[in-house]
Structure formats: structure tokens, C-alpha cells
Design a binder for this molecule. Structure first.
Ligand code: NDP
Length: 293
């Protein structure tokens, strides 16, 4: 069994991006600029945004954090989106989700200019993904594809079972793995909470991608020997031995599944760090106008 070290690959990617940024600057081009909009004071969202801003600084990007209090009106947020859409210095921006209930996430996402939507959540970018057109791929699935590529894990002709069909992970993941490219070309089965006899599907999988949000959900009896297992889940479980009172676990019961696998991602240190690296990569694509001229 080989552990897929997402932290290492993420740092490698960021180092490569940093060199590209230096080249851009040396060539007289502007510094890539990512803005992040954070509404409210949810500690997890705050931590995610802080890490994204820090990663921007590490690669030499300019970053701007825009904060609103939790009761900001939808109208005020839309006005800020309009401002960001028209700010020529900002190459891409993200609005950290979830938003408070009084704000329509869909309305906000649809207000983002597709050419600046580096999270890849806008319907136009999702549509472009489905049509195999250049687009910003949602950061987590994009990160997973890059992990498979860097570890030279063969995907062509393999059976990939994706568990979870969310708009940000499971659905785009299934589309990516089924694409007609050498980095994918899988036969894909997309499972969800209404799937009958999930185990019947997972046992046939050469590659399992678990994005469910349930700790230790995928157990050894669900995994074929030699399978590749990608664990997207980030779940907090109580653990009084930790200073924080909890620890993070994935959707896969790592200790019993790992010995059966050819490759597996740990939690933390697997998919998570790649999500940030992919966002940074999307921002570089935006700055270089590689998706939208
Ligand atoms: P969602 O809650 O949006 O989606 C969960 C999916 O799992 C749904 O499609 C749901 O099915 C399915 N599901 C739930 N229960 C079962 C079950 N018993 N059997 C089969 N399928 C089931 O979650 P996300 O996609 O946003 O996130 C999934 C996990 O990944 C979370 O732990 C999240 O924290 C983590 N995550 C990690 C990231 C990273 O960077 N590593 C980034 C984003 C998320 P249905 O559609 O039928 O309800």
C-alpha cells in the first residue's frame, strides 16, 4: 500500500506556481490577485479562508480578504460582487460557502462573472465542464485528478465509484473521471444516499472516491483488494485526548481499509491540501487569461 501524500504534492504545485508568478512579474505582467469574501464568523470558514489567503502570499499572489458581518443584506453582498466583477486588478475571487440562510447562495454564485469564478461554481463553468470546454474545475475534484496524475495512477478503462453527488465534489468528480482523456477515461458509477446495496458497487471499484461527510463510512468489507481509495471527507469526532477536544477523520475507516489498497489518501494530509493548491492554480489560469481571453 502506498500513501498518497497530498501535502507534499500541494507544496510541489505551489512551488511550481510560484516560479510562474516570478516569470510573469519579470515579464512585466501584473501580479495575480485573488479576493476572498467571507460572511460571518464561522470558525471553520474563517480557517479555510485564512489558509487560502496564506497560500496566495506563499506563491507571490496579491490577496484581498473582504469581510462582512453575518447579518449583511443580500443586496449589499451583490453590490460587492458587482464591484469585484468590474475591478480590473482582481483576476479571480471566491465567496466562502456556506452563506447565512437569508442570502441565496445560488443568486450570489450566478452573480459572479464566470471569467473570475475560480471556484468553478457558476452554471456556465459547470456547463463548460460537462461540454469538455476549458473551464475552472471545482477545486477539490481538480485536486484529486492532479493527485492521480502525479502518482501516475492508471485510470483508463478502470471502474471508478464516486460516493456522493454534491455540486462541489461528487458530481463534478464523476464528470471528470468519465472524460475522454488519458487522465480519466474511467467507467463511472455515481452513488448517493438512495443507492441500493452500495457495497455491491464499491466491491467492483478499481478506484473509490468517497465524498459523503460520514466518519469511517467506507469499511474494509466494501473495498476490493488493490483498489485506489480517495477519501474526501473531513469529519470532526470527539477526542478528549486532543487539546481541541476533537480530531479530524475521513469518510474511510483508514486503519482497516489501508492494508487492502494499492493507494490511499490520509485525512488530514490527503485531498484537503490539494483543494487550496487547485484554487491557486485556477487563479493563475485566470491571471493568464487561459480560460477566458
Ligand atoms: P454533501 O453533504 O453536500 O454531500 C454528501 C453526499 O453524500 C450526498 O450526495 C449524499 O447523498 C451522499 N450520502 C450521504 N449519506 C450517504 C449514504 N449513507 N450512502 C451513500 N451516499 C450518501 O457533502 P460535500 O460533498 O460537500 O462534502 C462531503 C465531505 O467532503 C464532507 O466531509 C466535507 O467536509 C468534505 N469536503 C472536503 C473537502 C476537502 O478539501 N478535502 C472539500 C469539500 C468537502 P444525497 O445526494 O442522496 O443526499
Amino acid at each position: 500500500m502506498q500513501l498518497i501524500d497530498g501535502k507534499k504534492i500541494s507544496l510541489e504545485l505551489q512551488a511550481e506556481i510560484s516560479i510562474e508568478v516570478q516569470k510573469l512579474k519579470a515579464g512585466g505582467k501584473k501580479t495575480p490577485h485573488l479576493a476572498a469574501v467571507l460572511v460571518g464568523d464561522d470558525p471553520a470558514s474563517r480557517a479555510y479562508v485564512r489558509n487560502k489567503v496564506k497560500a496566495c502570499e506563499n506563491v507571490g499572489f496579491k490577496s484581498t480578504l473582504i469581510e462582512f458581518e453575518v447579518y449583511v443584506s443580500e443586496q449589499k453582498l451583490l453590490a460587492k460582487i458587482d464591484e469585484l466583477n468590474n475591478d480590473a486588478d482582481i483576476d479571480g475571487y471566491i465567496v466562502q460557502l456556506p452563506l447565512p440562510r437569508h442570502i441565496s447562495e445560488q443568486k450570489i454564485i450566478e452573480a459572479i462573472k464566470p471569467s473570475k469564478d475560480v471556484d468553478g461554481f457558476h452554471p456556465i463553468n459547470v456547463g463548460r465542464l460537462v461540454l469538455n470546454l476549458p473551464t475552472y474545475v471545482s477545486a477539490t475534484p481538480f485536486g484529486i485528478v492532479q493527485l492521480l496524475e502525479r502518482y501516475r495512477i492508471e485510470t483508463e478503462g478502470k471502474h471508478c465509484v464516486v460516493i456522493g453527488r454534491s455540486h462541489i465534489v461528487g458530481s463534478p468528480m464523476s464528470i471528470l473521471m468519465a472524460k475522454n482523456t488519458t487522465l480519466a477515461n474511467c467507467t463511472v458509477t455515481l452513488c448517493h444516499s438512495r443507492t441500493l446495496d452500495l457495497k455491491e458497487h464499491t466491491l467492483k471499484a478499481d478506484i473509490i472516491i468517497a465524498a459523503i461527510g460520514k466518519p469511517d463510512f467506507v469499511t474494509a468489507d466494501m473495498v476490493k483488494p488493490g483498489a485506489v481509495v480517495i477519501d474526501v471527507g473531513i469529519n470532526r469526532v470527539d477526542d478528549l485526548s486532543q487539546t481541541k477536544g476533537y480530531r479530524l477523520v475521513g469518510d474511510v475507516k483508514f486503519d482497516e481499509v489501508a492494508p487492502k489498497c494499492s493507494y490511499i489518501t490520509p485525512v488530514p494530509g490527503g485531498v484537503g491540501p490539494m483543494t487550496i493548491a487547485s484554487l491557486i492554480k485556477n487563479t493563475l489560469l485566470a491571471a493568464k487569461k487561459e480560460i477566458y481571453a
